[in-house]
Ligand binder design. Structure first.
Ligand code: G3P
Ligand code: MG
Length: 344
């Protein structure tokens, strides 16, 4: 395609273009917002640059840990534009369509700072969502290395007898505030328990309790100069512990990039967003995924049939990526500029 300048005739508009932005390592580095990201958001929202209308985009992250509504407020403030509810897919957002059967059932939610895990679960309609802190409040001896903070004392539920409560599913939604020891102890105990009741052990083969992870990232890009261990690393540790204790392989369901369920969920959301912009949600789109992690962002985009732009501001720093992107760019602004020129 002949690349043309961004400053084409005012009527030129990339009709088919849409973006999916990874967050950590692309738009942000830890709490630091990349200045390129702010300029990109201003351009795509039509506030600056040659376009009279917005170029559709959403954010799709293996991060999370707070309800979508709360994260959208924080990101809107970070980027200086108002993001709508159909512009954010967090690692656990697809759970919204997955958990209907558990609405009235006791489930364990792991991750998210403080009681954010419960707020996430309740925002998805789960009425009996318990936290690891509730279990420590019930019997601290379950993992006597963990001590509830005053803040945790203020939100734990104390009216639950977990030896008589059948936990029906375990959702690991984020690794913010995740105590790997406490989580490993409680998850393995539940998976070996009699009917999901803590303090018990099954005789023979225990009842299957679904275990769901929402982020497969073994490493991710923060504001530290080297990649950090993510929820995928916790899962690997848990797999080794469970295998050693039981001789069986850990069974689990995995959401998050690069898995197809997350990309299909994101595509459906992007088309709802098109509709909210007054455009035909079925119109043909050329979606460009901008990511920093070849294993999650590039592999997932390529697998879903999107174009992919790999930036050097996160996990990937250069060299031959493990998954081949459509384009490698220094940062998000260079990648977006290239994609727009390609689509004009
Ligand atoms: O915990 C967040 C990390 O796993 C990666 O997040 O935004 O790069 O998909 P993101
Ligand atoms: Mg990233």
């Amino acid at each position: 395609t002949h690349a043309r300048s961004l400053h084409g005739p005012p009527s030129a508009f990339p009709e088919r273009l849409a973006f999916a932005f990874d967050i950590d390592g692309v738009l942000k580095q830890g709490h630091h917002v990349l200045p390129q990201a702010v300029r990109v958001m201003s351009l795509l929202s039509g506030r600056t640059g040659p376009f009279q209308q917005p170029i559709p985009f959403l954010c799709i992250t293996n991060g999370g840990g707070v309800p979508e509504a709360e994260r959208l407020e924080l990101l809107s403030r970070d980027f200086g534009i108002k993001l709508s509810t159909d512009q954010l897919v967090q690692s656990h957002t697809p759970l919204r369509d997955y958990v209907h059967d558990y609405a009235e059932k006791p489930v364990l939610i792991i991750g998210g700072g403080g009681d954010a895990g419960r707020r996430i679960a309740e925002s998805y309609g789960l009425k009996r969502a318990y936290l690891l802190q509730d279990i420590v409040a019930w019997r601290s001896a379950i993992w006597d290395r963990y001590h509830l903070s005053p803040a945790e004392e203020s939100f734990v539920k104390r009216d639950v007898d977990f030896s008589n409560t059948q936990i029906e599913a375990i959702f690991v939604v984020n690794d913010d505030g995740l105590d790997w020891g406490l989580a490993s102890q409680v998850i393995t105990e539940l998976l070996m328990s009699d009917q999901g009741r803590l303090g018990t052990s099954s005789q023979g083969t225990p009842k299957h309790i679904p275990l769901v992870f929402t982020n497969p990232d073994v490493i991710w890009g923060s504001d530290y100069p080297l990649p950090r261990l993510g929820m995928g690393a916790f899962r690997i540790a848990l797999e080794a512990i469970y295998k050693t204790l039981t001789g069986r392989d850990l069974e689990y369901t995995q959401f998050g990039k690069p898995h197809a369920t997350t990309y299909r969920f994101a595509e459906a959301m992007l088309r709802r967003h098109l509709s909210s912009l007054g455009r035909d949600p079925e119109s043909p789109l050329n979606v460009y995924m901008v990511g920093d992690n070849p294993e999650s962002d590039i592999a997932g985009a390529n697998g879903h049939g999107w174009d992919s732009i790999l930036v050097k501001t996160g996990v990937f720093k250069g060299g031959e990526p493990t998954h081949k992107p459509t384009r490698i760019a220094e940062h998000v602004e260079e990648g977006v500029t290239w994609a727009i020129s390609r689509e004009l």
